[in-house]
Design a protein around this ligand. Structure first.
Ligand code: SF4
Ligand code: SF4
Ligand code: SF4
Length: 342
């Protein structure tokens, strides 16, 4: 199904304004600083313009479904929303959060509410950032499933693909309000070509970072190389907060004027006080141990618990790092070292 991009944006604006079924539409928009080319998720308004393609936003989709600070009891009412322009790496991250937060023995009620009330529209990447490396962790720059609708740009149109019943219903609404056309075979081929071109760019960019699939070998590395790799780490926790798959939390009891509430906030395994118990004991007292824990969490614990690598290759941790540590480089260096000593 083909739809004109401007018509689609107007449809989203109108849908948000009407507020009957959907009360908010969140989209990627450019930074307000003229020389900044990054995008951020913001509510769609009359005055901003969404940029659906490009590469992922600075802020992960996680921030809109698992909020940095949120009242979880009594849980607050969520809004019915459309979250559009989500990239494949963020969608994969939501699958991991689902595995951690929505399973038979535990459900995070606030996350579940946001997940249930948010319709996800993904869009193919037509550009990459210098830290993007989804291709190194079994990913690619377009979503294959798990979305409600997916957008692939062809000149002034989007090719829309349906991924769920919710998406199908939204597409019916779109069709009833604006003109749509059937996509031709050559237009579908065009999308395949565009996807291939971005994969080639990712492959070229990430050529220096070789990987084997034996991530478990990271565990066998001695402390000294971890110490070298973490030399410039200051334990700020930016990497975990910005990571779309990190979900460590801290719960606080707080009081409002007329009630007690529970607040959930992000915690970070990079903090000195993380997991500290009464008496001051902590499982990982040195920065090197905490640094190592983050990599093992992504490539060992999450694989063990969820059968998926805990990194989706978005590259945000590399861009946010005050110590200028490149996540890909650390995995490359240590994995090669582990393989060499086998
Ligand atoms: S990591 Fe891959 S999916 Fe994510 S923004 Fe970059 S190219 Fe797109
Ligand atoms: S570890 Fe870094 S590259 Fe991997 S998903 Fe998290 S932020 Fe993205
Ligand atoms: S962002 Fe960089 S400096 Fe900060 S805790 Fe993470 S690895 Fe260390």
């Amino acid at each position: 199904m083909l739809i004109n991009i401007q018509d689609f944006i107007e449809f989203l604006r109108k849908t948000a304004q009407q507020g009957d079924q959907i009360s908010q539409v969140v989209v990627p928009v450019r930074s307000e600083y003229a020389d900044d080319t990054h995008t951020f998720f913001r509510p769609l308004t009359e005055s901003n313009t969404p940029l659906f393609n490009s590469y992922r936003t600075v802020d992960p989709a996680k921030f809109l479904l698992y909020l940095p600070r949120e009242q979880v009891f009594p849980a607050e009412q969520t809004k019915n929303r459309i979250l559009a322009g989500v990239k494949a790496c963020d969608l994969k991250a939501l699958e991991l959060l689902d595995a951690a937060l929505l399973y038979d023995q535990f459900t995070d009620p606030a996350y579940k509410q946001w997940r249930d009330s948010t319709l996800i529209i993904t869009s193919d990447c037509d550009d990459i950032s210098s830290s993007c490396h989804c291709n190194l962790v079994n990913g690619q720059p377009f979503a294959e499933n798990g979305y409600d609708l997916n957008l692939s740009q062809i000149k002034n149109d989007f090719l829309i693909t349906v991924g769920s019943d919710r998406g199908d219903k939204l597409l019916d609404r779109i069709k009833s309000e604006i003109k749509t056309r059937k996509a031709s075979e050559s237009q579908r081929m065009q999308v395949e070509k565009q996807r291939k071109r971005i994969i080639e760019r990712l492959t070229g960019q990430n050529k220096p970072y070789s990987r084997s699939s034996h991530y478990e070998k990271l565990r066998t590395i001695d402390p000294a190389p971890w110490q070298d790799e973490s030399m410039t780490c200051i334990g700020c926790g930016a990497c975990t907060h910005i990571c779309p798959t990190c979900y460590c939390l801290i719960l606080n009891d707080e009081s409002k004027a007329d009630q007690f509430i529970k607040q959930r906030s992000f915690d970070s395994c990079q903090y000195n006080g993380y997991a500290r118990v009464a008496g001051g004991a902590t499982p990982r007292p040195s920065m090197t141990e905490r640094f190592r824990n983050r990599y093992l969490c992504k490539f060992d614990y999450m694989v063990h618990n969820f059968e998926k690598i805990g990194c989706t290759g978005c590259g945000r941790c590399t861009q946010a790092c005050a110590g200028e540590i490149d996540f890909r480089q650390v995995v490359h260096n240590l994995q090669n070292m582990a393989i060499a000593v086998q």
